[in-house]
Design a protein around this ligand. Structure first.
Ligand SMILES: Nc1ncnc2c1ncn2[C@@H]1O[C@H](COP(=O)(O)OP(=O)(O)OP(=O)(O)O)[C@@H](O)[C@H]1O
Ligand SMILES: [Mg+2]
Length: 234
């Protein structure tokens, strides 16, 4: 599995003077965990949304295993690439946590016992089994974050895209999430302002500045370049 962008440019509005993304090219392979860093407005969320076809490119392509993604192959892409949005409220829509986690596999036509065993395993893994019957709109911010992640992991995607996964989390939940992520086999691209998460979890970092890739390399090298970090507004 290889997910990539080739010369991707994005403009939200044709009249906008500047691009949200400009000529972005990179790919991530199996087993890679990549941090996506950049100041507010640098284009991190836009890039993740573009990779799952929610935001459209002005030019350039999203590729999966070197095949250019089209409208026809988008559903295939979305079954392989799971995305956790910046705001979990955009992701949770079923009345109870359990129903929400079961929704994806059910929609996929899996048998009910398989759905239950997968959903229960994911809830236990994320430490939120006790919230199973809770109304999703009555979860706390951090619980919503974990609930949204459960809804993605239960689909067993090959690649995980996560937008600020540690925001709203308290210290313990945050450490637990980092541990959980470090045990998962999936390739990951994680947009974050959490430098500690980036250095603990991701060997590689992509640094965005005003919609362009400013650096792509070893996290250690990039984070130790004080001038670069300062120039990128971090
Ligand atoms: N729906 C939208 N319509 C118009 N412009 C948008 C929209 N979403 C984002 N933008 C603009 O695109 C640029 C990139 O935004 P994006 O949300 O990708 O940044 P980000 O790196 O995720 O920032 P943050 O760290 O604040 O989450 C910004 O200039 C932003 O104002
Ligand atoms: Mg963002």
């Amino acid at each position: 599995m290889k997910l990539g962008a080739e010369g991707v440019s994005v403009k939200y509005d044709a009249e906008d003077a500047s691009h949200a993304l400009r000529n972005v090219t990179f790919s991530i392979q199996d087993g890679e965990r990549v941090a996506l860093l950049g100041a507010n407005g640098a284009g991190k969320s836009t890039l993740l949304l573009t990779l799952v076809g929610v935001v459209h490119t002005e030019s350039g392509n999203v590729t999966l295993d070197d095949t250019v993604t089209t409208k026809e192959t988008l559903s295939d892409l979305r079954s392989k690439v799971g995305m956790a949005f910046q705001n979990p409220d955009n992701q949770l829509f079923m009345p109870s946590l359990y129903e929400d986690v079961a929704f994806g596999p059910r929609n996929y036509g899996l048998p009910e016992p398989e759905i239950a065993s997968r959903a229960n395993a994911v809830l236990a893994r994320l430490g939120i089994s006790h919230l199973k019957e809770r109304m999703t709109h009555r979860l706390s911010g951090g619980e919503k974050r974990l609930a949204a992640l459960a809804g993605i992991l239960v689909m067993e995607p090959s690649v995980l895209l996560m937008d600020e996964p540690t925001s709203f989390l308290d210290g313990r939940s945050r450490r637990r999430l980092i541990e959980i992520l470090s045990d998962l086999p999936q390739a990951m691209l994680i947009a974050t302002h959490d430098i500690d998460l980036a250095s603990k979890l991701c060997d590689r970092t992509i640094l965005l500045q005003e919609g362009q890739i400013r650096a792509d390399g070893a996290t250690k090298t990039i984070l130790s370049d004080a001038a670069l970090i300062e120039a990128c507004g971090l």
